[in-house]
Design a protein around this ligand. Sequence first.
Ligand code: HSE
Length: 292
Amino acid sequence: MVTVRAPATSANLGSGFDVFGLALERPGDVIRVERAPKTTIEVTGVGRQYIPEDPVKNTAGIVAKELDAPAHIEIDKGVRPSSGLGSSAASAAAAAVALNELYDCGLTPTELVRIAAEGEAAVSGEAHADNVAPAILGGFTIVTEDDITQVDASIPVVACLPELVISTRDARQVVPKSVGIDELVGTVGNAATLTAGMVRNDPELVGQGLRDNSLTGARESLIDGFDSVRESALSAGATGVAVSGAGPSVLAVCHDGKQGSVASAMLDAFFDAGVEARAYQTSVGGGATILR
Ligand code: HSE
């Protein structure tokens, strides 16, 4: 039997649509796998009622098939589905790492990212490795067609999750299909600034680089209260704010020791907008870990 924990993740980070991803220290999913003649799945934890236990519809089940590694898989969800915090990626990543260990498949972490992305694709319709890459590798990741680059970073963040549901499909529909040269230049500048900030562990640069006026910015209107949540977070000391993944979670970056005040400000702003929310005071963390 092998048990693995994989973290929640935040994709895009404003200026890195479908490219950037970040592992969060918490929350996370825990998966336990045991060899079995055929794959069966049991789900407990947050939002379990929304997750199919049929292996052909479950991200971990697809991973077991891809690895030719049948198992009884217990999934304890810590990451709420449809949260914008990489819920299915956390399960896919944990399953890939656990089954690789259980069956001694010998795949590298980068190969496991591709397998986990297939698991994600089967349930979400599109293969985005921008959540599974940080869920497996940890830290800050840059995913392109050909490569995955990983940077260990230590940046304090707050992930604020409102009680709203936005489908990734709807969130992708509001993203413009083309952008002008001025927006493109601005986005490249912000993405480069953010990357430098991650390398230097500088929350100011990361916060500046979260700005995005062209692609992910279009999603802000899908989140009730977003403008006031952002203003409140910035007033409380956040260095930058962006929609996390497809939303509805909102990610704020700040200096160490500021997570408490930033989280309270964001929760109050959501409350004033009539939206219940919870906040994770956390930081950039490691990837999937074998617990035993
Ligand atoms: N990059 C993806 C998006 C992440 O924002 O749509 C969610 O799957």
